[in-house]
Design a protein around this ligand. Sequence first.
Ligand SMILES: NC(=O)c1ccc[n+]([C@@H]2O[C@H](COP(=O)([O-])OP(=O)(O)OC[C@H]3O[C@@H](n4cnc5c(N)ncnc54)[C@H](O)[C@@H]3O)[C@@H](O)[C@H]2O)c1
Length: 244
Amino acid sequence: MMFKDQVAIVTGGGQGIGRAICTAFANEGATVVVADIDLAQAQETVHTLEASLSTALAVQTDVSCAAALEALVQTVLARFNRIDILVNNAGLGLFRSVESCSEEEWDRVLNVNLKGPFLLSKAVMPILKAQESGAIINMVSLAGKTGGIVAGAPYSVSKAGLECLTKALARELAPYRVRVNGIAPGIIDTPMAAHHPPAFIEAIPLGEKGRPEDVAAAAVFLASENARHITGEILDVNGGLMMD
Ligand SMILES: NC(=O)c1ccc[n+]([C@@H]2O[C@H](COP(=O)([O-])OP(=O)(O)OC[C@H]3O[C@@H](n4cnc5c(N)ncnc54)[C@H](O)[C@@H]3O)[C@@H](O)[C@H]2O)c1
């Protein structure tokens, strides 16, 4: 049990990669807070975790809203009295070219995918610093490195920004033994990646889309003591689609 007595917040834990991370953390003994804009989905995740006798809590949260994130942190502290792991996983897969993207769409994607992790990390930092331990994991993307082969500019820019935020946070928190890393999935079998063209999937050297569990395994590693000397790193989980 790698995360016994530890409390993990996973944003976007209501489905897809986030749900797989919640399950993997719970299997390692963590208390899991499933924070999602879709409360019914978050509750469904909690239901599956409770079936394995893990402690879990669903909280409706819009990660683009600072007040909601402050309330989330207060709720978690009131209930569990600590926070050890934060996974900034919630993301909006709104794929637009520059030409087709409205100003409102640009703001929404950047607010959810980049401002959200900034706000929630900022809210959690004082707790992790005081504990002198903890881990933050940001869900970035292959698209943040390529400019978005199918994902387009706003999404890709948000993920490139999140990659940079990961490194900046890693520097800021290293003196407190708090580690900050990113995971860059390629094409993972979730609703977000349901409409990628077949040729894109055929180009994956390992021959198939990844599974949410593949990303969750990377999150478990990065959050665990096995990664105690790793910070500011972006771990690719992409089947070899890009090797950098
Ligand atoms: N699936 C892929 O191929 C892939 C590839 C690269 C990166 N990613 C990244 O991985 C993360 C998870 O992706 P996924 O495929 O599981 O996506 P998904 O769309 O299946 O799930 C996203 C979850 O985030 C929640 N969410 C959306 N907006 C929110 C908000 N404002 N506040 C709180 N929750 C919100 C949704 O309700 C949903 O439960 C995202 O950050 C995504 O950008 C996914």
